[in-house]
Design a protein around this ligand. Sequence first.
Ligand SMILES: Nc1ncnc2c1ncn2[C@@H]1O[C@H](COP(=O)(O)OP(=O)(O)O)[C@@H](O)[C@H]1O
Ligand SMILES: [Mg+2]
Length: 475
Amino acid sequence: MSKTPLPDSDDINITSTLMTRHCLGIAATGGGKSNFLNLILKQQMMRGGGAIHIDGKSSKEAALEFLNLARQHDRWQDVRIINIADPDFSNTYNPLLRGDQDEVTSRIMELIGTKGDPFFRGQAARGMRAIAGILKVIGKPYNFGDLNVLMTNEAAMKQLLEDAPKATKEYSDFKIFFDQMTEIDPKTGKRKLNANKLQHTFGDLSSRLHSYYVGTAGRVLNSYAPEVDLYQAIKENLLVYVALPMLNKREAAVDFAKFFISDLKTAIGQIQNDKYKPHPTYLTLMDEFSSYAQPSLAPVFEQARSANVCLFPFIQTYSSLTDSEAGLSDDFAAKVFGNTWNKISFLLQEPESCEMMSRAAGEILKESVSESFGESLSFASGEDDSSALRTGGRGKSFGKSISYSYSAVVRPEDFRNLKDGEAIYIGRNSVYKLKVPLVILNKDNKTLDFPRFKMPKIQGLSVAERYQTLSELEM
Ligand SMILES: Nc1ncnc2c1ncn2[C@@H]1O[C@H](COP(=O)(O)OP(=O)(O)O)[C@@H](O)[C@H]1O
Ligand SMILES: [Mg+2]
């Protein structure tokens, strides 16, 4: 195995402006992703910047590392923690507070993804849109429990019709939807809920929403005045650690990550329209990105850049970005690749990722020179004496031909031969082989204490509290 054709660099400085260009990271397990992300975090904390770290392998230990890193750089007071698996070790957060009717609808619809019957999915989306619309004009904060009750309880739905301003389109839209879900009772002549229809429309969705109202996740996610607001967090350069319990509560973790990313998208959209932009560039580190990536994320890369928010999606394999089971595709992978100007690869194992990264590093034009030297002798036969050979001509030739061919800057196998701490950085115009320093984390402090806040009491929609439903009886 010959050496890579890359220069080894002692020090590579990524300019601050380049940090507004997103960075894709790729490595097999144990390749050094977490260490690299910690290195980035450390530097970001040092320069006073903010970051969201979405950790797919969340553990108490990882959260403690984050806290200690912040303590070490005098940033403890900026830490916020979102951990749906452990409400005692989490700030409160409600991903339903921001976004317009369509944003909230698509956020909720992520829950059922592209699975199931498209007709009922369409029905559910229309219903959800009607609810999100009327809630917007009512203007009170709501939570997962409220949505769940609004999808199952007639009295709660009627209450919305009473509370909403009547002269709005949102009111009429909801009224139309409500009428579709009801029928005239032949005995009384009054409208009553068609429970079957409602169940068909929202059955899947309402039970999923219910699981975010009860249990440990419920205690984190349903406050009307939560401690963490992403828009505010970005503006204030806060350090948000998001623990995803991917190992023990995979489905809930993935769903939650989708809510979170969708809320982040809304916050980024808002900042994009603001005069204010975070400074320095706000970082969003997304470990185990593929497990919660969704097609609607692709445009966020574009928006984030103009909001001065930089995304660091980190993956294990290229093919995880094309996984059709997860609703992803070649097109999605191409968008992520195309939108991340910086790429860093650590040790890779399977051939496709090696191939794709080699391609991302590009090709260089190689000059190859071939020289030829020739001598020729020709004879002419004489007419008079056929036995005698006379030299007819003698020539020498010298030829030099230069040909150009393309060859990979980094060959696929080079990615498979990276050692601990070695990485290949692929920038817009440059490729380097790097040695990434190992971040030594301070593990002495074992206290998991983090900033908590007493929030003002805010009157929310509270239909979940008011209407006794099956969902509540189960609590
Ligand atoms: N830059 C580095 N220099 C030396 N060793 C490293 C470096 N990065 C990672 N390692 C070693 O590899 C192990 C796994 O690294 P980690 O960052 O946890 O990988 P990943 O997150 O990709 O699974 C670390 O515990 C450490 O021992
Ligand atoms: Mg890791």
